[in-house]
Write a protein that binds this ligand. Sequence first.
Ligand SMILES: *Cc1c(COP(=O)(O)O)cnc(C)c1O
Length: 360
Amino acid sequence: MIPLAGPIVTDSQKKAVLRVLESGHFILGENVSEFEKDFAAYHDCKYGIGVSSGTSALNLSMLALDIKSGDEVITVPNTFIATANAIAFSGAKPVFVDIDEKTFNMNPELLSEKITSKTKAIVPVHLNGYPAEMKPIMEIANDAGIPVVEDCCQAHGAKCYDQSVGSFGKIACFSFYPSKNLTVCGDGGMAITNDESLERKLKAIRNYGQDRRYHHLFIGHNSRLSEISAAIGREQLKDLPIWTNARRKNANLYNKLLSRSNLMLPKEASWARPVYHYYVVRSDARDKLVSHLSSKQIGVGIHYPIPIHLQPAYEFLGHKKGDFPITEACADSIISLPSHPKMTETDVRTVCDAILELEG
Ligand SMILES: *Cc1c(COP(=O)(O)O)cnc(C)c1O
């Protein structure tokens, strides 16, 4: 059996958890602050704000940027639902821009036409660990004076023009959910920024809005990351470069072994260094391929089968089928293959053999 995702739990993580349990200090201690510093630095940023999930990081980012009812926030319909939910929860209207099929991410050429006087933020997503094309996106956002919030929940350590994802926009949001490239073996997340005033605001909002005990600057939440989670995250961060290399090696081998298949394979643009959260291909006979691989105990996924603009929860936006044709075409043809660091070369070959066997 080859699972789709395979978080790695090491002895050093277990020891770190025990140390926290024995310390008796569970909330906002040294593990959180050290993890924040190191994780932010790993992504070329000054400040990290440990939070309870990637969703919390996105929600808090909207609050920190004062996004509210009547505003518009631009994102893509091809993402996990949490990206759009954070926008909707703030009271703002999610405005979608279609994707580029080469990256599965925001198409910069379609961005400008979506900007109005109400646009208060742009949220590109680095889906599947493949970076969005940040150079043109930042040029358009900067020209319009609109802050960018990067959704990096699937892209820990990915690079764009040799610069880390998460360091382009005002704030970037990461998830440490168990399937992600770095996990705290539960729920957890982090916002990172280079802006000191945003750091202070985000740290206050995650902690009841207080800047010091019982003094509340903002109406805040309890969205903190726990010491146990942060202790695991710190250990995972040490291994992340090795794991990222393993994912990239798996992707290279897939590219080689599947080069003569009928699948459409991911191509690395010269500016992109993806971290292959999943290895995502497109197939004309996707559903048949999914059942074939599943029958062989190979974990596969579809990320995501229903674009956000066609979800019942977002019916109120009034979209219909055909509004975002590239996203819709991808939703019908994509399949995520496992690329996690626990996979051996034999595992990758097993997956490829199964695919080629079906093609005959
Ligand atoms: C996982 C994910 C989220 C949400 O993160 P959680 O930690 O599960 O709340 C948001 N956006 C994207 C693109 C994700 O993959």
